[in-house]
Design a protein around this ligand. Structure first.
Ligand SMILES: [Ca+2]
Length: 327
């Protein structure tokens, strides 16, 4: 990609941040810090975030689960099922509408866990054939619970494996039972592990598989490593699996990296459709999300789709994995 077009892509993302009236947006657009999604995952300088410095985030202490080396996962089935033909074509496609919106992660830097939770929500909804999943409903899972799991379970590659945290724990928790919280105006409190034993946990996890479509082996800061064939692989996987793709990317001019869920694409617009916990469009059609505080002044919109340009995805992407129900 030419530098000029890279700059245009970057400016497009920058404009999203800059247009958002909150302190962290200013910090990001000013290039000061802070990883939008750097806290507590991967390796390198982002571990020196405020969460680590303040001791809020605890290092994981359990064994590492070797999903990243699982040859079967890396290979995966070639295709999973017949493509949903409704509104589908090779030049555009949307996976079935099992996806819930997500509360805004605000300053938490928790994108990977918002995306991981969203993928399990999608898989459960598909398993139960719930095509109009309801916020606060029986398949609206707690994102904060996944953050707690991440505090005690290590994965070989967070950026391809994160959904397996649920499988390792053997349970999920519903959002109304553990809200994504705000405390003193910040959502960083979500990195503080909660007492899992005190929560109503649900153990009816669906059996799922995963195929790694692209990996930078745990380097969430890699960029310039994907090419057009890799984008074609993602698009092909969306069609053939008709399932969500966990995607991780890092624009080279910023300190943060980011994760979201690819749910479709459109060649005419040259975009992937992603469900995104930071850049997603505000869902004005839904009630606001309550962050568990005493005042509704802290409430904020659920977020939905963000259009990630092919140019941005190719220049910035470093991990892509499709998750699917095991039949
Ligand atoms: Ca949720």
């Amino acid at each position: 990609m030419q530098p000029a077009s890279l700059a245009r892509v970057h400016n497009a993302v920058r404009s999203v941040f800059s247009s958002r009236p909150r302190a962290v947006s200013f910090a990001l657009s000013a290039g000061l810090l802070l990883p939008a999604c750097g806290s507590g995952v991967g390796s390198g300088p982002l571990l020196a975030t405020s969460a680590w410095r303040s001791g809020v985030l605890r290092p994981a202490i359990s064994a590492t689960y070797p999903y990243g080396d699982d040859l079967r996962d890396l290979m995966g089935p070639t295709t999973r099922r017949r493509v949903d033909s409704v509104g589908a074509g090779t030049d555009h496609f949307m996976i079935p509408s099992f996806q819930l919106p997500v509360e805004d992660q605000l300053d938490a830097g928790s994108c990977l866990y918002m995306a991981g939770t969203g993928i399990l929500e999608w898989l459960i909804n598909e398993k139960k054939a719930i095509t109009s999943p309801q916020i606060n409903g029986v398949t609206d899972l707690s994102e904060r619970y996944l953050l707690t799991l991440a505090s005690r379970i290590s994965l070989q590659n967070n950026f391809t494996d994160v959904v397996y945290l649920f499988q390792d724990a053997g349970a999920y928790v519903l959002d109304p039972d553990l809200r994504f919280a705000k405390q003193d105006g910040s959502t960083m409190v979500n990195w503080t592990p909660v007492d899992e034993q005190a929560l109503p946990r649900h153990t009816d996890l669906p059996a799922f598989g995963r195929k790694v479509l692209f990996t930078s082996n745990g380097d969430s800061h890699a960029n310039g490593v994907m090419n057009d064939d890799d984008l074609a692989t993602i698009k092909s996987a969306l069609r053939s699996y008709a399932s969500p793709v966990l995607f991780v990317f890092h624009p080279p001019t910023v300190n943060w990296w980011h994760a979201d869920i690819i749910v479709g694409y459109d060649d005419a617009k040259q975009v992937f459709y992603t469900r995104d916990s930071a850049f997603g469009a505000k869902r004005a059609d839904l009630p606001l999300y309550g962050y568990g505080t005493a005042t509704t002044a802290d409430d904020d919109s659920y977020l939905g789709i963000y259009e990630l340009s092919y140019a941005g995805a190719k220049a910035w992407g470093n991990h892509a994995s499709v998750y699917y129900l095991e039949d």
